[in-house]
Design a binder for this molecule. Structure first.
Ligand code: ZN
Ligand code: ZN
Length: 304
């Protein structure tokens, strides 16, 4: 039987959940950021400016730039003191109300994440590798976050610290139910060069409409996958095996509680079947890699 996102009615909509404008430390006006994503074929965008006192705690209003074919979710990257290494928390909150109250002076990162989630937002652990977030840090968030950034494009381009799989997989193995997002975190400080920090990682969200409410509900329900380009066509479980259909790739990998894995390799695979025995009682997620090295990541599938 196909997994939820592939079984339910609707369309896969392409969106970037993490981006900055000049309402915080990005270079471009919000209107121009929306224009660029729309022009590039994205269906939706969350402009997630830094929710900090020095920027006036912005929830950047992108509603004026919604069109028939492009929508926006309001949100922010919220900050509070402090992770173990002394850096402020970076927590992505997609779907915040426009009147989300400024961070209180004594508010901790976990309290802020909880407050964001309580408004109905989709809350994610941002770029854990980039700023050295530890497992002990992540555990203090309890079961508040919905997702971990498994790929942050700006951290890839600027620091070669794009990843989040190490933290994600450790949290999954401790029983947390988390989903997997890829984001740009674009600031457009470097553009139109091979160093561009935009259009490198996104989510494909299955929803019945390209509207903020439907997209937010689908995100929280896990009806999406993350990608740099390759597309999943179907994921199903039948006869004790996982069946993958996708755009042409060279590797299809199933990864579970480290170091459990299975793999199929080939020249231009569009279908693969992977045995599930070793993941029983736990979780597994699928990663596909195309000839250009671009990856896509399914959400974790729980087999308990
Ligand atoms: Zn950040
Ligand atoms: Zn950011």
């Amino acid at each position: 039987m196909s997994l939820d996102a592939f079984r339910m009615p609707g369309t896969f909509y392409r969106g970037n959940l993490h981006t900055h404008s000049n309402r915080s430390d990005g270079r471009l006006e919000p209107e121009e950021v929306c224009r660029r994503y729309s022009e590039r074929g994205y269906d939706f965008l969350c402009l997630s400016d830094h929710f900090m006192a020095k920027y006036g705690f912005p929830i950047t209003d992108t509603r004026p730039w919604r069109t028939n074919s492009f929508t926006t979710l309001l949100g922010a990257e919220v900050h509070a003191p402090a992770i173990q290494n002394g850096e402020p928390w970076h927590i992505l909150a997609v779907g915040l109300p426009e009147d989300f109250a400024p961070t209180a002076a004594d508010e901790t990162g976990p309290a802020l994440a909880r407050r964001a989630a309580a408004t109905g937002a989709f809350v994610a652990i941002a770029h854990p590798e980039w700023y050295g977030l530890t497992m002990d840090d992540a555990r203090t968030l309890d079961d508040v976050p919905h997702a971990v950034e498994v790929y942050n494009h700006t951290s890839e381009v600027h620091e070669d610290r794009a990843g989040g799989a190490y933290l994600l997989d450790a949290l999954l193995s401790e029983g947390r139910r988390l989903t997997t997002i890829a984001v740009d975190d674009a600031h457009f400080k470097v553009t139109d060069t091979p160093d561009s920090d935009a259009f490198g990682g996104w989510v494909m969200v299955k929803a019945t409409a390209n509207g903020p409410e439907a997209l937010l509900a689908a995100l929280k329900a896990g009806h999406f996958y993350a990608t740099q380009g390759p597309e999943f066509r179907d994921l199903s479980i039948e006869g004790g095996a996982l069946h993958v259909a996708c755009t042409p790739v060279q590797r299809v990998m199933a990864v579970g509680r480290p170091p459990k894995s299975e793999r199929v390799a080939g020249a231009a695979l569009t279908r693969a079947t992977l045995p599930l025995e070793k993941f029983k009682g736990s979780w597994v997620r699928i990663v596909i890699v195309d000839a250009a090295g671009k990856r896509a990541w399914s959400n974790p599938i729980h087999l308990d």
